[in-house]
Structures are given as C-alpha cells and as structure tokens.
Write a protein that binds this ligand. Structure first.
Ligand code: NCD
Length: 356
C-alpha cells in the first residue's frame, strides 16, 4: 500500500501502525521515514549492522572513498525550521559520507513562506531540486502531510522526519536503539532489559518514538519517572498495552536507579508551555540525575540523553564509563548514513564491499 492509495484525511486519521503500512517500499525498506512503527526487529538488526559497517569503512581512506562514491548523483534538502544542532549536523555528515550534496532552509523568514507560499507548495519546490527532504518542524503532523503531498506529486521523493512537533523523532529512536544494541552486545542484547525514562515525558517526542520502538524486543520493562504534570501521554501507554509490555509510572528517580539497565534522561520541553514560565513552577530538580546515584547504578548500565541537556545530568559524570550520551550522539551519524543508504538501495553494495 502506498500513500497514493489513500486520501489525506483518511490517512491522517489512521493509527501509527496503520499509517506505517503506507510508508515502506514493497521490499520492506522505508520510503518515507516518519515513525518508528515502520521498523521491526529484523529491520533494526539489519540497520544496526549496516551502521557498524559504515562506521568501520569510514575509518580508512579507501573505505571513505568507496562510501562517498555511492550517492554523488543524489541531493538532499535539509528543511529545518526548528532549532537543531546534533540532528542537523549529523544528517549533513551522513549525507556527505555517502557523497550526497545538500541544500538547506533553516528559517522560513528567508524563504518564500514569508510571501505567503503554502507549505505544500514549498515542499513541491524542494522536490524539484532535490532527491530527498529531511525535515524538522514544530508543526505536528506536517512531516506526514508533506510525505502525502510528495507521494501524490509528479516527483515523489522521500521525506525523512527529523523531529516533528511533539509527535515523533524516528531517527533519534533509531540511534538510541543502535546505542542500546552496542551497549548490551555482550549482555544478550536489548531483550529483557529495564529502560527508565526520566523528565518531560509528555512533550518529548524522542520518548514517544523510542518507547514504541522498544516493543520490538522481548521482555523489555519500561519505567516512566516524571512529575505528574509531565508524565507520559496515554497514546504511548496504549501502544505498550497493545504489546503487553511490562511498564510502570513513578515520580521518584532515586528508588529506580538500582534496577535500571538504561536511564534515558530528557530536558523540560518548555517551548511547548501554554503560558510562559509554566514549566518553571514544576519542582524538576527531583528528576535530575545526581552524582551520588552512580554508586547505586549497575556497573554495566548506561546513562543516555538525546541532548541538549540543561541541569538534569551534571557534567561531573561525563567521564564515567556508563555516561553514554556523547557516544550516543555520534551513533546518530552512522545510523542516519545507514538509513539513507537503505532508502536509496545501496545497502547491498556496502555489505558486499565489506566482504571483499
Ligand atoms: C531532541 C528533539 O529535538 O526532540 N533533540 C535531539 O534531536 N537530539 C530532544 C530535545 O530537544 O530535548
């Protein structure tokens, strides 16, 4: 099923699993990448292995020359109208690793949207010049809309959602899972682990994407630690219920530290406050990871964060071997290169080169 088979209104009303059926290519590879429901266990394993191959190939001049010869005939548009450091730069780097050229719009004040051009027309413009659109936006549902518009245009190029509103941030979840795969490689993988999410779980799109993606693993327990006002949304829990996931909600971080295999910290997303200063009234310091907790944390657990951080992780613990957030960030470049290579069908070539 493709996006050409369904009217926009009907597509928009579907749940994520039903939507995801319209987004992949016939062979199961993503065409548009909008949500984590598009990825099953096999796809995650394959993508992680490909990211590792890219990572190793990129270490040598010969390997890098090979990679950068894969997609010199493809151009990527980075349409990032919401602030971004890591996602933007890692996508730029991923494209460059594969030899793609890139164009960017980072501010609608400098594009024709200021003249009143609709977003539908803007994205059709991008597709005239580029072969894929990587986009970040604060407008919920916009990545889906653009994917539908492009699929129904004469130049249906893929959209990669690099964060849309409070909905989803699928490539962040892919890099998070890749980080977990690597961290637990010698401990039986991700199955059976306990992942603790902490902070603003209501408005953090990385949490929505990762929580759903983890349902692909057996026996993963999910614990959500947040102030009541920022506790995880019902749609996230409905997905866990549908998969019979063992999960728990709480509001004390310290007591769950000893049982965690991964602690996923997040910042307060106060850009979504309905009233300025609303989040500042919440006693968030109780949800900061204290240096003192390190002694209660398992020796092989990992501390993650999508970044940027504020005060929820003290810099003093950055050099602890369990502090994974800097490596997690770098993993983003490899998994995004692997994803783009997969979308454009050059994953086979990468695997073959490695065997030569
Ligand atoms: C996240 C995002 O944009 O949702 N950042 C990122 O991409 N690493 C998390 C955040 O902004 O807090």
């Amino acid at each position: 099923m493709a996006l050409t088979d369904i009217a926009w209104e009907a597509f928009y009303e579907l749940d994520p699993v039903a939507k995801s059926r319209h987004l992949n290519q016939d062979d199961g590879r993503p065409f548009h990448t909008l949500m984590t429901q598009q990825f099953d266990r096999a796809a995650l394993d394959t993508l992680g292995e490909l990211a590792t191959r890219v990572r190793f190939l990129a270490k040598t001049k010969e390997g890098m020359a090979f990679l950068s010869d894969l997609l010199p005939h493809r151009r990527a548009m980075l349409y990032f109208t919401q602030p971004s450091t890591r996602t933007f730069l890692s996508f730029c780097s991923a494209c460059e690793i594969l030899g793609m050229r890139i164009g960017t719009v980072r501010n609608t004040a400098t594009s024709s949207e200021l003249k009143g051009e609709t977003k539908d027309d803007s994205v059709r413009t991008f597709s005239s010049y580029f072969d894929c659109v990587i986009m970040r936006t604060q407008v919920g549902g916009l990545a889906e809309r653009m994917a539908w518009v492009l699929s129904n245009s004469e130049r249906p190029v893929p959209i990669i959602n690099a964060g849309s509103g409070k909905d989803q941030h699928p490539t962040q979840a892919l890099l998070d899972v890749y980080t977990l795969q690597r961290s637990f490689e010698a401990r039986g993988g991700i199955d059976g682990k306990t992942v603790v999410f902490v902070g603003d779980l209501l408005r953090g799109r990385t949490v929505r994407s990762l929580s759903a993606l983890l349902t692909n693993y057996e026996g993963v327990r999910q614990v959500f630690i947040a102030p009541p006002q920022l506790q995880v949304a019902d749609d996230v829990l409905a997905i866990l219920d549908a998969h019979s996931v063992d999960y728990r909600l709480g509001d004390t971080l310290e007591s769950v530290v000893p049982e965690a295999d991964a602690i996923y910290m997040t910042r307060v997303q106060d850009e979504w406050d309905a009233e300025a200063g609303e989040s500042a009234k919440i006693d968030i310091e109780r949800f900061w990871f204290r240096e003192a907790y390190l002694s209660q944390l398992k020796s092989d657990a990992v501390i993650m964060h999508p970044l940027p951080r504020r005060h929820e992780i003290p810099a003093a613990i950055d050099n602890d071997p369990r502090a994974m957030y800097w490596r997690q960030m770098r993993n983003g470049m490899w998994i995004r290169a692997a994803l783009i290579a997969t979308i454009f069908g050059c994953d086979g070539e990468i695997n073959a080169f490695d065997e030569a």
